[in-house]
Design a protein around this ligand. Structure first.
Ligand SMILES: C[S@@+](CC[C@H](N)C(=O)[O-])C[C@H]1O[C@@H](n2cnc3c(N)ncnc32)[C@H](O)[C@@H]1O
Length: 292
């Protein structure tokens, strides 16, 4: 039986493509999380010759990386050509970057050719983030860094529960727990992973407004278990009624659990790495950032 959370890749690409032109107008949380992820680079001493913005969207991450590391070559990569076209329009003479259309699970980049992989809120669109982490490890030079954000399981919990009151279809993506992401990083052969979680709450006038916002950034339901055809008016009304249970001070909250993570490509192959690419590193070695 097909996993109901398997993502329909062409649909993901099409949805982001259609949203590309208006993405920036609605991607408020994405911008805030991106700024935080960039700020976290302040404490890392790194002069990357090549930096990759993985799942660049409209290219803000790539532009910011170019502003920060002036002499670096910056590559903006996305699965959506239309997102990359938008990113191209946001380039400036001082903030030039290359654009590559590809999937994070199969990077058309040489082994050990990148010093920094930066990825903001893209990984939740990969069925198995470990595949993308393996690619990061492959393209990173020894000592290179991957730094990323993705959504954790509490994300859109209210919407998930409101839909669960109505039917058994899959309406909201599966989001992976921080500890499982840590395991995936280690299995992919990345070292010293550090992960932490921050919660954000956006509020809406109505559940319909939230749904509109999600669609405006390209976050359509692409799960295999989604309802086929138009979602019935009655089902939608049922979800909206169930969502009302969360109304506080006149507004409906939407929770986002954002996982921040980073890990390094080891300078040398760990002793446990086998020819198959498997590594054996105890899970206890996965670090966790302690709040300051
Ligand atoms: C929510 S947007 C984030 C965009 C950008 N990083 C930002 O900070 O605004 C997710 C982006 O990831 C891209 N994407 C989704 N799945 C991808 C994949 N498998 N490989 C590469 N890009 C992907 C989408 O096309 C979209 O542009």
């Amino acid at each position: 039986m097909t996993d109901p959370y398997t993502l329909d890749r062409p649909r993901v690409r099409r949805s982001f493509g259609r949203a590309a032109a208006a993405y920036d107008g609605s991607a408020v949380l994405q911008a805030r999380v991106r700024d935080e992820l960039l700020a976290r680079l302040d404490v890392v001493r790194l002069e990357p010759a090549v930096a990759l913005d993985l799942g660049t969207g409209t290219g803000h991450g790539a532009r910011a990386l170019k502003g920060r590391y002036r002499s670096s070559r910056v590559v903006a990569l996305d699965v959506s050509e239309r997102m990359l076209a938008e990113a191209g329009q946001r380039r400036s003479l001082l903030r030039r970057f290359d654009r590559v259309c590809a999937d994070a699970g199969a990077l058309p980049l040489r082994d050990a050719s990148v010093d920094l992989v930066f990825s903001n809120l893209m990984l939740q669109w990969c069925d198995d983030p470990e595949v993308a982490f393996r690619e990061c490890r492959r393209v990173l030079r020894p000592g290179g860094l991957v730094t990323f954000t993705t959504f954790g399981p509490d994300t859109l919990a209210e919407l998930r529960r409101a839909w669960a009151a109505v039917d058994r279809h899959t309406h909201v993506n599966r989001f992976i727990d921080m500890h499982d992401l840590g395991d995936a990083l280690v299995r992919a052969g990345l070292a010293e992973p550090v992960l932490d979680v921050e919660r954000y709450t956006l509020t809406y006038e109505s559940a319909r407004e939230l749904m509109r916002d999600l669609k405006a950034i390209g976050a359509h339901n692409a799960n295999a278990g989604r309802p086929r055809g138009l979602t019935g008016r009655r089902a939608l009304a049922g979800m909206e009624a169930a969502y009302e249970a969360y109304r506080r001070d006149g507004r409906l909250p939407a929770t986002y659990e954002v996982v921040y993570g980073h890990a390094w490509k080891p300078l040398a192959e760990p002793a446990g790495r086998r020819a198959t690419g498997e590594v054996s590193i105890p899970v206890g070695r996965i670090g966790r950032r302690t709040p300051t």
